[in-house]
Design a protein around this ligand. Sequence first.
Ligand code: PEP
Ligand code: CO
Length: 460
Amino acid sequence: MSKHPLFADWHPASWRGRPAAQQPHYADPDALARTIEVLGRLPPLVVSWEIEALRAKLAAAERGEQFLLQGGDCAESFDDCESDNIARRLKILLQMSLVLLQGLKKPVIRVGRFAGQYAKPRSADTETRDGVTLPCYRGDNVNRPGFTPPERAPDPELLLRGYERASLTLNFVRALIDGGFADLHHPEYWDLGFLRHTPLREAYQGIVDSIAESLEFFESMSGQRVHAATRCEFYTSHEGLHLAFEQAQTRYIARQQRWYNLSTHMPWIGMRTAALDGAHVEYFRGIANPIGVKVGAGMSAEWLQELVSTLNPQQIPGRLTLIHRFGSKHVEQRLPEMIAAVRATGARVLWVCDPMHGNTETTAGGLKTRRFENILAEVEAAFRIHEDCGSTLGGVHVELTGEDVTECVGGARGLREADLARAYRSAVDPRLNAEQSLELAMRIAQRVRSERQRGARNIK
Ligand code: PEP
Ligand code: CO
């Protein structure tokens, strides 16, 4: 159906001719096929004009005019699909975006890692405990985290349960936003308890007051209430990992004359599935959504250049976001060559820093954690390196939760390794808790503000 010569040999199932990494093994492939058939008939979760609106914003971020805040759980869980948990995730993302807006002085694009972040890549196919080997947990869309054979068996029905929960999540998010939950006039809607007794309280209140003052000033000058700028949208994203599932949501939109993945606004390709000749790159190259690609230490500059030209041959603005995740130890050494490599292709991309996945470590007690200081150090280094290379860091990609968990060490409250067991809930990667997330946003905003002041002094 796609007439463009670049896509003449592409269709939503063309990935099936390539090696597909990280796919679950279903005992009954016919049951999977039946489920995919059902999924393919269900209405979409998002529509193409929303996707295009996001792409236009990401194009503005590429030009340095907006900033992307992408965040949420490493893996959403079906159990957490309940109102309080969803509202708390929105609240912390809204608080962070408020702080970033005030510090960066540019619109913040909010993209949740939610409403479908249910499939996970894993380093091994199986897990062994006390001599028992079972399939690894691959996210709630595939199987369950409990270590028993029935829980670990991939079950196609879960894809339907996941689609329904994604839809419930998105429905609730949309209703909250439509009801004015994200209105900058009412940051008190986003109160998350911890604000009353956090060391960050005064600084946050200062930011809220300054925004209120600016709104008041603008509104009294113009005689109008600022609506357009204060009722921001939320977009969704998830790792496009389970290709049969993603294919089921891929629809041809005649008006746009392109294929779209309508299960999310912005799917991304993970580090483990970015092989050039692999099935994921084949699938992603044909969909019109803005897409992300994780860029890690294992990737060469040539590989990245090939990805850029394969995934955005028409150089469509806002199409390609490169989410680098080198870790604070490697970012200095690896990022400059990657920036240079992409520049050499002549293509424009949006550069985003994921300071989480290159900074994972395991404690002596066997818990996966990340140090706040390393997370912050990587983001700060990324800002500086992009500046030094004449490029722009246009966003951050963070694993976080609105809950008071203890999964990452450090931060204003100085969480230590010994504290982690208290409220460690993640089934996969450790997330920043609400307070640590807000602190990260504040430190980014502070840094940008002081750079701006330094720049202004130098001009004088
Ligand atoms: C993730 O984002 O949860 C993830 C697995 O990231 P990466 O592909 O960068 O390892
Ligand atoms: Co993760």
